[in-house]
Ligand binder design. Structure first.
Ligand code: ASP
Length: 417
């Protein structure tokens, strides 16, 4: 059997949803499980609803009505009659969302976030499943929250593999067509949890692993995995093959095409992952599987923007050694700050940080109490995997470089934006 994942862009409007049936027509749709994301930018819209509910930013009613309008517009274009049950089903989901907020007693942001944001996938999967049924692609809709069980770490839940495997094997009919949601899961008290932003790829990986699928295909608005982000670099190249380890490396350095957690379960069972264009389903795309690291063997460029480069030296000119370093890292951990690069010299220790949750200010105070601190905000971290001299030269041209580091296969550089 196969697992497909359709991301937000591939179901962002009625035309896109109709295109899903074109893809299924070409690829076949028996023995298939389809994982869908929320439509278009719905998750961002739901995040704004959470902000409005908790902090009063923006009008909650307007935000919800706009999101509802967006989905009903899609429904109007997909279904001939408003009598179709899907209208009622989607209406009910919006009612549930409202009731969830009205009845909520928690003040815990992450918990509320998951209870709210999960509606994006519930709504999209309902619409897509009904549209497929209506157009002759008979399928069963399953609630992923009843299948994927996790701990209660809201927004970044950890999968309970044993329980999940049991439920998936019991509930999914491998022979037929199933539609379910990406990204969402539930904890042992059946509260909704989520697997982290862009987590639907990971959902596809979880189902594929538990079902022993033959392959996973992620349908995207790009032809496959490119050797660089085309919004930043010219003359990008399509990678036709990447090994599992290389895909993990690329994701680690920040390539955003595949969710980093997705690869490991697939690698364990050697399930190939295809990244393909939903507009050109017959094109080859990229396959991630066992084998050579990369084909074509070419430098891969990754940029992470909005980083902070921090250099620390001791106040008494002593060396920065193990005990200070461990203290520094405890502080990073405490402040949920991710370290993307480290460089150490005798008296100074530099790190490139990703301050996703805006905790740097708090950290800075603590660092300054113990070290001499210099830092630059708004820097970019550039990585070239499988670098060549030529690739480095062209990347470094006209850049104000603050730090460089080269290991066997990887070149990294921090430069001012
Ligand atoms: N809808 C979720 C997000 O936008 C999950 C996903 O699309 O992968 O992050």
């Amino acid at each position: 059997m196969r697992v497909f994942k359709f991301g937000g862009a591939s179901v962002k409007d009625a035309t896109a949803v109709k295109n899903v049936t074109k893809v299924l027509e070409i690829t076949g749709y028996s023995e298939l499980l389809v994982v869908v994301s929320a439509m278009g930018k719905t998750t961002n819209a739901l995040e704004r609803i959470v902000e409005s509910y908790l902090f009063g930013n923006g009008d909650l009613k307007d935000l919800t009505n706009n999101l509802k309008k967006y989905h009903f517009q899609i429904l109007d274009e997909l279904f001939d009659t408003k009598q179709h049950l899907v209208f009622k089903r989607v209406e009910n989901l919006f009612d549930d969302l409202k009731t969830t907020l009205e009845r909520n007693k928690s003040t815990q942001y992450d918990y509320i976030y998951d209870q709210v944001v999960s509606y994006g996938e519930l709504i999209s999967s309902t619409i897509i499943s009904d549209y497929l049924n209506e157009t002759g692609y008979r399928n069963e809709w399953l609630d992923a929250r009843e299948l994927i069980k996790t701990d209660a770490v809201y927004r970044d839940a950890e999968v309970d593999w044993e329980n999940t495997q049991k439920r998936i094997v019991k509930k999914v009919n491998k022979k037929s067509l199933t539609v379910t949601q990406g990204f969402i899961s539930s904890d042992k008290n059946n509260f909704t949890t989520t697997l982290g932003r862009e987590g639907s790829d990971y959902t596809a990986g979880i189902f594929a692993y538990c079902l022993g699928a033959d392959s996973v295909s992620i349908w995207k608005d790009v032809p496959g995995v490119l050797n660089a982000d085309p919004r930043v670099f010219k003359n990008t190249q399509l990678l036709s093959h990447i090994s599992y380890n290389e895909a993990i490396e690329l994701a680690f350095y920040g390539a955003s095409v595949i969710h980093p957690k997705t690869i490991q379960p697939l690698q364990r069972k050697e399930i190939p992952l295809n990244v393909k264009s939903f507009l050109h389903p017959n094109s080859e795309g990229t396959s991630v599987k066992k084998g050579q690291p990369l084909d074509p063997y070419t430098p891969c460029y990754i940029v992470k923007k909005d980083q902070i480069l921090v250099s620390l030296s001791s106040l008494d000119f002593s060396f920065i050694v193990e005990d200070n370093i461990s203290e520094i890292f405890s502080l990073f951990h405490e402040h949920h700050i991710k370290v993307d690069l480290i460089q150490n010299s005798a008296i100074s220790f530099s790190v490139c940080l990703n301050d996703k949750f805006d905790h740097f200010e708090g950290l800075l105070g603590k660092l300054k109490a113990k070290f001499k601190v210099t830092y630059n905000t708004n820097v970019s971290l550039y990585t070239i995997r499988h670098f060549t001299e030529k690739a480095i030269q062209s990347l470094e041209k006209d850049k104000d470089i603050l730090l460089k580091q080269i290991t066997r296969e990887t070149y990294q550089m921090v430069a001012r934006d």
